[in-house]
Design a binder for this molecule. Structure first.
Ligand code: ZN
Length: 464
């Protein structure tokens, strides 16, 4: 849920001014430490998985049953009466599970993957691990079961903090008495908070989802949460997702850019790469605004803004041509659009156009993208005579490298002295794990990268 004045984009612009000046600062004002980076033979380039472009859909403000717009708007209006004039009483209080099923099944058929928020104490209406006043115990249980069985396989589940509205006192579980922007998750509460304070808050949110059997490897920031404490936000995500779920590669969604700024994921706070306990956190970056149905389910978007009917215009083709992950961003109330499904219809048409015009796409969950980028950035790669040696702190399926070579005849993958020959393919469409392709002098090799040491042996010897 994003207020008009404080869009994610604007937060990012202003965040740079307030952020402590250290680490990686680019023109976008993102000030997180990249951390450690390994040595890398310049001749070897890690490219996208299977040399395809990742696509994904981020869904914010979803939860079980509760329409976050209906229940959230009056709480936002209490803080900023001028900004929230929507007739919230006219909005349905529920986004029904029949719609979750319809949406989830359609996405499943299309192979769509992404992130689906589950706000654990949605707008302070009730606790997903206890009781949701306004719905029966069975309705809540059925709703959670639907998320576990239909959504979880292809979507990362994130808490969008605890309530997405009021700040909760994690010692008592009650909202603080003060109702102002310093006690709302969307706005200023995080100002000046330490890593430990933020991690405590995140753990509380994550634990509720753990209680209802929904594993998480990442978090989504509600509105402006963490906006002025970006380094602390990244580190608190790393800490809390590890603490509660033992997540190997925690990730978070805080930023989106719709201009020329890179939307490639950022691998941050990498450490211990040579140890048995490597660590990092990945910042996943969206490439669209909510061009579907708005956070309140009242703003009709436009499919042409995403991708035009001829597949050439719109923002997604630009990102796809750049080769960066095309991660769309929407809000659940806008997908449902109070029963009119405006956002859903826009998404369906966008997917249809994407699939009609691009055959080099790969739908991925945010955790899959995070894992790939962590391996891409943090795997040590060296060349020794006829071998490419890899030392990976994190495993990654369909890891794909590219180098300039002319006369390769055979490639084997070697791990723990067991060699496996890889299969040569001629058609780029067939490049998958355990395959390689040589087009002119461009050699691409795709394999499941294991954690630890492994090697690729090329015959004849690698041309340096
Ligand atoms: Zn939100």
């Amino acid at each position: 849920m994003k207020s008009k004045k404080f869009s994610r984009r604007e937060f990012i612009k202003t965040a740079g001014l307030a952020a402590p000046v250290f680490g990686l600062i680019n023109q976008s004002g993102i000030a997180q430490e990249p951390g450690q980076r390994p040595g890398r033979a310049p001749a070897v380039k890690v490219i996208n998985p299977q040399n395809r472009v990742p696509v994904s859909l981020i869904i914010d403000d979803s939860t079980c049953l509760v329409n976050m717009a209906h229940f959230g708007i009056p709480q936002f209006a209490e803080i900023f009466p001028d900004r929230y004039k929507q007739n919230w009483k006219a909005l349905p209080r529920e986004i029904p599970d029949t719609f979750v099923r319809k949406f989830g099944e359609w996405c499943h058929e299309q192979g769509v993957k992404g992130k689906y928020s589950i706000v654990p104490y949605p707008a302070c209406v009730g606790w997903l691990d206890r009781v949701l006043p306004g719905w029966s115990k069975k309705e809540l249980e059925d709703s959670l079961e639907l998320v576990r069985t239909l959504i979880l396989p292809n979507w990362d589940i994130h808490p969008e903090m605890i309530s997405h509205t009021r700040i909760i006192d994690t010692k008592t579980g009650r909202p603080f008495a003060a109702a102002n922007e310093y006690f709302m998750e969307n706005w200023r509460w995080t100002d000046g908070k330490s890593v430990d304070e933020l991690a405590d808050y995140m753990r509380y949110a994550l634990q509720i989802l753990k209680n209802v059997g929904l594993p998480c490897e990442g978090i989504t920031t509600p509105g402006g949460f963490g906006n002025r404490v970006l380094p602390e936000l990244a580190q608190a995500t790393l800490q809390s997702c590890r603490d509660v779920f033992g997540a190997e590669i925690p990730h978070y969604f805080r930023h989106l850019f719709t201009d020329e700024t890179s939307v490639a994921p950022r691998v941050e706070y990498a450490s211990g790469l040579d140890s048995t306990d490597p660590r990092c956190v990945v910042s996943i970056i969206g490439c669209t605004g909510d061009w579907f149905g708005g956070w309140d389910g009242l703003e009709k978007g436009s499919v042409d803004k995403l991708i035009t009917a001829d597949g050439q215009g719109g923002h997604l083709p630009e990102i796809i041509h750049r080769g960066e992950p095309a991660i769309m961003v929407c809000h659940w109330p806008g997908i449902y659009f109070n029963g009119d499904e405006v956002g859903f219809n826009i998404f369906k048409e966008a997917v249809k156009r994407l699939h009609a015009h691009y055959h080099n796409l790969i739908w991925m969950k945010l955790s899959e993208i995070s894992r790939y980028w962590a391996a891409k950035e943090l795997t040590q790669i060296t060349i020794q005579q006829d071998k490419i040696r890899l030392n990976a702190p994190f495993a990654a399926p369909r890891f794909t490298i590219e180098m300039s070579q002319k006369n390769v005849k055979k490639i084997s993958f070697i791990q723990k002295s067991t060699a496996k020959p890889l299969v040569r393919v001629e058609n780029p469409q067939d490049l998958n794990a355990d395959h390689w392709i040589l087009q002119k002098d461009r050699l691409q090799i795709c394999f499941n990268l294991p954690k630890g040491a492994s090697e690729l042996k090329l015959l004849p010897e690698i041309l340096k």
